[in-house]
Design a protein around this ligand. Structure first.
Ligand SMILES: Nc1nc2c(ncn2[C@@H]2O[C@H](COP(=O)(O)OP(=O)(O)OP(=O)(O)O)[C@@H](O)[C@H]2O)c(=O)[nH]1
Ligand SMILES: [Mg+2]
Length: 249
């Protein structure tokens, strides 16, 4: 049994990937269980085996506490703590019959990562779990964008004690994204890639140094639900995370 938490900025494709990766795994003959922890989502493209919305939805929280959507989103993530035991029991229950348990997380990454509730749930299965960090290609239009996302990935690693695999999603939307994601860039490459933001050159070069020092070496996994590419690669890298070698290059 492997628990895979799917994390990423709002709209990065978490829910779509949960569904598409799950379908891919099922076609390969694996048993897959799906968990939805997002109380704000209205429609899901997969049928969840555990759905936090059976306990509460964002609308319920707004009505019950007479609060707006932003505060309700925070509360919806904090309230996951009250159901930690149910989630743990569910995962244990399906663990004997499932090869993969895919966990779709709330839309707002900063809430998932900076509030303890989700982190505690992730800790329940340390050693048997990994996380995917989705970086949507359509928002990677410069080196600054990719540096920002890579810093987010480091921040997640700092908070979450489990292997983290970065995944470039929606790669059909922007074939240029890949070139900004390389870290082995010479000073000339950096200068060329940020030619429109010369004032940022020193800062970007320094941050890239930090990223190079701290990030785990991993080959780039690119997926698209439109072209269908990348799922075999994603499955291989998830497999590699769980095998003892731990080499994702
Ligand atoms: N072109 C393209 N669009 C995609 C792809 N994956 C997801 N999308 C679209 O991106 C949008 C957001 O996808 P979701 O799966 O809802 O993203 P999410 O991260 O779950 O969103 P939140 O939970 O609201 O933060 C939807 O309109 C998807 O159809 C892809 O590979 N290619
Ligand atoms: Mg979603």
């Amino acid at each position: 049994m492997r628990v895979v938490f799917i994390l990423g900025p709002a709209g990065s494709g978490k829910t779509t990937l949960t569904s598409a990766f799950g379908q891919y795994l099922e076609r390969q003959g694996f048993q897959v269980a799906y968990i939805n922890l997002d109380a704000a989502v209205e429609e899901l493209p997969y049928t969840p085996d555990f759905d936090i919305r059976t306990y509460y939805t964002l609308g319920d929280i707004m009505r019950r506490y007479k609060i707006g959507p932003n505060l309700a989103l925070i509360k919806s993530v904090e309230m996951l703590k009250d159901y930690e035991d149910d989630i743990r029991k569910f995962i244990e229950y399906v663990s004997t019959s499932s090869d993969y348990i895919l966990v779709d997380t709330p839309g707002q990454l900063e809430l998932t990562i900076f509030h303890d509730a989700c982190i505690e749930i992730m800790r329940l299965f340390s050693g048997r779990s990994c996380a995917l960090f989705l970086m949507p290609a359509d928002i990677i239009k410069s080196l600054r964008d990719s540096v920002f996302l890579k810093l987010m990935a480091l921040a997640i690693r700092y908070r979450v004690d489990m292997p983290l695999v970065s995944v470039l999603t929606k790669c059909d939307l922007n074939p240029d994204a890949e070139k900004y994601l390389q870290t082995d860039l010479s000073p000339d490459d950096i200068a060329r890639l940020i030619e429109r933001d010369r004032g940022q050159l020193d800062l970007v070069a320094e941050l890239l140094n930090v990223i190079r020092k701290l990030e785990r070496r991993q080959r780039l996994i690119k997926v698209s639900v439109v072209t269908g590419e990348g799922f075999e690669d994603l499955n291989t890298v998830v497999y590699e995370v769980f095998c003892t070698c731990g080499d994702l290059t």
